[in-house]
Write a protein that binds this ligand. Sequence first.
Ligand code: NAD
Length: 481
Amino acid sequence: MPTGQMFINGKWQAPLTGETYAPINPATEEALTPVAKGDERDIDVAVAAARKAFDEGPWPRMSPHERGRLVWRLGDLIQQNLDEMAKLESLCTGKTLFDSGKVEIPFAAEVFRYYAGWATKIHGETLQLRENAFTFTLRQPVGVVGAIVPWNFPFLLSSWKLGPALAAGNTVVLKPASQTPLTALKFAELVAEAGLPEGVVNVVTGPGGKVGMAMVRDPRVDKIAFTGSTEVGKQIMREAAGTLKRLSLELGGKSPNIVFADADMEAAIRGAMTGIFYNKGEVCAAGSRLFLEEKVHDEFMSKLTERVKGLKVGDPMDKSTRMGPVVSRQQMDTVLSYIESGKQEGARLVAGGGRASVGGGKGYFIEPTVFDGVTNRMKIAREEIFGPVLSVIPFKSVEDGIAQGNATTYGLAAAVWTRDVSKALKAARAIRAGTVWVNAYNLFDAALPFGGFKESGFGREMGSAGLDHYTEVKTVWVDLS
Ligand code: NAD
């Protein structure tokens, strides 16, 4: 990928601004490869290319078999370029190379392959309603999709949008987060190598407020697929009203991880650790509120705390590292200020609580942090911290655990830990969240829908439900009289 350029209409182009910026490696604070700093004018050109590719180009018109093969090819190329993609992802985000290389980039490849299979299986219905009419529905692509993704899982979350959008015959303008543009640009190279027609996938880099918002406002864009903060999601919804765009919004979370006294404690401890410390807690579905039934609270906490203190924080490229730095200085400051607020509101700090002393003073490393004795009223239990900070809240009964778990404006995910299947299933029904794990945390599959209730957004990604958001239903009525 050429330095400082974007991928528009099948070609690498310098931004019309003529400007570049360098993303920062959060582990070393060093500048990475400069990338284009586009603005509204670049979106104008990219949207025009995507529009033309949709209205006049071969992509929505080609046989779905052929389109499916090309989407599959993208999955293969991602797999073939796994090492480079994983390295670029870890350099920008600070996530461990293990997480990028063994979990996230392979998962993204799988998402393309999963949706490749759907290309030939999108269909309408024939309805036999009356003698003198032939009525049926068609499922057609929505058109030009603006995909806006955050920095925590830059490429994986792009695949959740690109896979279904492309399989259904849409064209896309992808805008990665400014902190983490490199895998999106590498992907553009693979799009060219796979042989997708020009204008079908365009990648524009630059600040969200300009580049992202320009797509939201542009009447030539039919749909915005957004993953990011609830605050920006609300802003996008307000702006999208101007053109009544289709929207899917995958937003923040404050997910409850509820451990009942009859749970397998060892498994629940592992789940609590993964729930909050995977990807340094920069996970929309993070189990950031851990609810412990009072009877097992003390035993659970002593084992959990010991485990947390042994968690290795350090260089994301080192195989033995379990947790890298948070994504940016700004994010580090935000997380540290939440830790201060926890202390001030009277929560009991039992592990961590500040910057981690690794990296020789360089890098945005934060200690894995646990607060006990938290109540749902405290800021650290209400607001999404998006960092390695766990709030532990004790509860008395099944009803109390579920009620407290539901006491949040968010509803993205939740987990319950119990050996009692009926308790687990009742809890799974009662919890108001888009995903409920039973005796597990952070499990995902390309075939299973993911998305939010309440202020965690709407729409689903992955599975057939994810595909629905990239098609319009058309009714055709043929009069036979
Ligand atoms: P963010 O909302 O600041 O940014 C997300 C994306 O939107 C970025 O590409 C950004 O450049 C762009 N953007 C920023 N301002 C914009 C504007 N005014 N108009 C249009 N685009 C704009 O979020 P972030 O800090 O990058 O990511 C963290 C957030 O994402 C967290 O709240 C997290 O919970 C959420 N998230 C949700 C999911 C999910 O599936 N529900 C997954 C991952 C992250």
